[in-house]
Design a protein around this ligand. Structure first.
Ligand code: 3H9
Length: 684
């Protein structure tokens, strides 16, 4: 058992303590250790009850997800583990701190009693991995909390706090933080003293019937689109209602097995680990000092600057917000306030909290106000001369050791850094709009950016609740660079006469919540046309006053509820531009051809990002696409999806498309190599 299992006896209570950092995941070794601990105490006549608890930061965080890549699950499996707890001759009390998740909560449900500290959280988040609770969770949870509540918890995967868990009947007692062991021992003593028959969740009847599930299903119906697990979860919970316990367990097991080997689950597990890998930068170890960021300056109080500011405020970091004119700063601050007040109106924040956050902003009309900040984020107009001018001034104003960051999305960070005498302190922090909502932060490493600056901002990303993805300097960095193909090709197809609805539908069917044409309208055609040279299709739209959703018309017309309808005016703009640009009509393209044309170049561009050292790894590209562009998570992201298609098929597709549609389809040398050697794209 190594150091994983410790057993000890306090009075007449046996303690099984498991210590398997970081999160006490139920690996084969941990499952064996729990079973062994329970066996030891059951064999000890001096023990009358057993407390099961974990050392470290949390109770069991669920199955060891990495083990799902090597099926079948090794013995002792989860059935054996649950049986060991449930069939213990002596009462077993699960003592929970941190998070009891997935198989961890299922183990607690197989115990006779559950106590938890008040800060603990309990949940069945398997749906996020494309699976369902496969260790009895779908059968036991409805027996404790009722079918409707259980289905809601399993479908959303959202954990509940200890107080709520007690209210629902999921746990027997909430105990004080820091006093778990003594409280659990006292609870066990009470159980011994009462000498009542051992309660088992399996023996309870399910409260609620199939009707209760209907309302829950309706509430979460959007979640079902494209995902396989939610439908299977419903079937498993239905089985808890309609079948005897053991038959229900068998049904759950079959459904779990189907999901576990599905490509969707493989994809979602890939994303789980990918999201945790992005912050790891190979040449930045623990020895690299992390600088304290106590005070931040943001330049520009527009949509982007305002959103960026909010991230720091919410992390409790004061922000000096700089604009050139009083009206601009007033408008920016009013927008931030309005955002927070809207949150407060929904009950998600108190008015005091709004004032506290607003109190962290210091408005300023001069860059001189940034003399003592630890980090500056510049978020002004996307124009190289303006940015260089600002960085030159910051170089003179900011203290030594201040990090100078640009939020540029397309400009050359090295060029911006060259306006300073300290390029090692210059970095890109590329937020995605709306910056207070979107979880992705691209950290752009310039040619001279120091390791401590990179280490510091990667860590800072976590503080402001963003997932950082490291990118090298190039046009568009990672997410915008790869996704530009989708945007360009969808317009090109529109010009060839492919119906807009068809283009959007193919991407909706793939899993995007919004098709590329509708997305252009949402972003704003004026934003997208900025910086383009010569006559462009989007330029023509803007000239006609069709700037997208915000003006009620773009590629589509929009009503007051933002419902899109086709527009004759838009159709004419498209045909006129096609005639001007000499684009041949080719409206009858199959869905498959559209999909290839939109997505193959994205994957190909991803391989180019790896080839050029712009992205550290393929899984970072997947995270960037998922978090920055809402790429459907059940595909695993573009690179993982590339493997679903296969490098050989992708290469052949690109080779076929390149002569017709140009250099965007030229396969990368890396993709050619993978196709020849049989390597995986997602492993790059
Ligand atoms: C399940 O239980 C199926 C059952 O129904 C049984 C069926 C038969 N496995 O997130 P963090 C690693 S499915 C393996 O950064 P935090 C993670 O990769 C499971 N590894 O920490 C990271 O590694 P590294 C259901 C895991 O404090 C390190 O631990 N359970 C697992 O921000 C720290 O993780 C879940 O889905 C795991 N289960 O958050 C829970 N969990 O340091 C998944 C974590 O090398 N886990 N790791 O990068 C979580 O939600 C969060 O990790 C947790 C801690 C909230 C626990």
């Amino acid at each position: 058992m190594g150091d994983v299992l410790t057993t000890r006896v306090v009075g007449n209570v046996g303690i099984v303590e498991i210590d398997s950092p970081p999160v006490n995941a139920l690996s084969t070794d941990v499952r064996s250790a729990v079973i062994e601990g329970l066996r030891i105490h059951n064999a000890d006549d001096a023990v009358a009850a057993i407390v099961l608890l974990c050392a470290g930061r949390t109770f069991f965080a669920g199955a060891d997800i990495a083990e799902f890549d090597n099926l079948p699950i090794r013995q002792p499996d989860f059935d054996a583990l649950m049986a060991a707890a449930e069939s213990s001759a002596k009462p077993v009390v699960a003592a929970i701190h941190g998070t009891a998740l997935g198989g961890g909560l299922e183990l607690a449900l197989s115990c006779n009693y559950r106590v938890a500290v008040s800060s603990a959280k309990l949940g069945l988040p398997e749906v996020n991995l494309g699976i369902l609770p496969g260790a009895g969770g779908t059968q036991r949870l409805p027996r404790l909390v009722g079918a409707g509540v259980a289905l809601d918890m399993i479908l959303t995967g959202k954990p509940v706090g200890a107080a709520k868990a007690a209210e629902m009947g999921l746990i027997d007692q909430v105990v004080e933080d820091g006093k778990l062991e003594e409280a659990a021992l006292a609870f066990a003593q009470d159980v011994i003293a009462q000498g009542a028959p051992l309660p088992k969740v399996r023996d309870k009847a399910v409260a609620g019937g199939l009707d209760d599930l209907e309302a829950v299903k309706a509430t979460h119906k959007r979640q079902f689109k494209g995902f396989k697990a939610p439908g299977h979860i419903v079937q498993a919970v239905e089985a808890a209602i309609t079948l005897p316990f053991d038959e229900g367990l068998r049904r759950e097991k079959d459904l779990f097995g189907e999901l576990l080997v599905s490509r969707e689950s493989e994809a979602q597990r890939h994303v789980f680990f990918a999201q945790r890998l992005t912050a790891k930068v190979p040449d930045i170890g623990k020895d690299v000092p992390i600088l304290p960021i106590r005070k931040v300056g943001v330049i520009g109080a527009g949509t982007m600057g305002g959103g960026i500011t909010m991230n720091f405020l919410q992390a409790g970091i004061p922000v000096t917000l700089v604009e050139m004119k009083q009206e601009a700063i007033d408008r920016g601050i009013a927008t931030i306030r309005k955002n927070y007040e809207r949150t407060a109106a929904k009950g998600r924040m108190t008015t005091d909290q709004v004032e506290q956050l607003m109190g962290l902003i210091t408005p300023a009309l001069s860059l001189d106000a940034l003399a003592d900040v630890d980090l500056v984020v510049e978020a002004v107009f996307e124009e190289i001369s303006i940015k260089k001018d600002i960085f030159g001034k910051l170089d003179a104003i900011c203290r030594d050791g201040a990090i100078l960051a640009s939020n540029t999305s397309f400009l050359d960070l090295n060029d911006i850094a060259s306006a300073t005498k300290r390029p090692e302190w210059v970095v890109g922090l590329h937020f995605f709009s709306p910056a207070n909502v979107m979880p992705l932060l691209e950290v752009v490493r310039g040619a001279h950016t120091s390791k401590e600056v990179i280490g510091t901002v990667m860590k800072l990303a976590g503080t402001i609740k963003k997932t950082p993805v490291l990118a090298g300097v190039c046009h568009g960095f990672i997410a915008n660079r790869i996704m530009e193909h989708l945007i360009v090709q969808s317009q090109q197809m529109a010009l060839e006469g492919v119906p807009l609805r068809t283009i959007d539908k193919v991407m909706n069917d793939y899993g995007f919540a919004m098709g590329p044409i509708a997305m252009l309208d949402l972003i704003g055609l004026d934003v997208l046309v900025h910086g383009a040279e010569g006559r462009t299709l989007m330029g023509d739209f803007v000239e006609a006053g069709r700037r997208g959703q915000k003006t009620g018309k773009g590629f589509y017309d929009y009503d007051a509820d933002r419902k899109a309808t086709l527009s004759d005016e838009a159709a004419k703009i498209i045909t006129d531009f096609a005639a001007y640009a000499g684009i041949k009509s080719d409206p009858d393209q199959s869905d498959e051809a559209i999909l290839k044309r939109l997505l193959y170049p994205v994957v190909n561009e991803g391989t180019k990002c790896i080839e050029e050292g712009i992205a550290l790894r393929a899984s970072d590209i997947d995270v960037a696409a998922i978090l920055g562009y809402n790429w459907p998570v059940f595909t695993g992201g573009p690179m993982f999806w590339g493997d679903t298609i296969g490098a050989k098929v992708l290469l052949a597709g690109l080779q076929e498309l390149e002569p017709r549609y140009g250099p965007a389809f030229k396969p990368s040398a890396l993709l050619e190599k993978l196709a020849a050697d049989g390597g995986e794209i997602a492993k790059l």
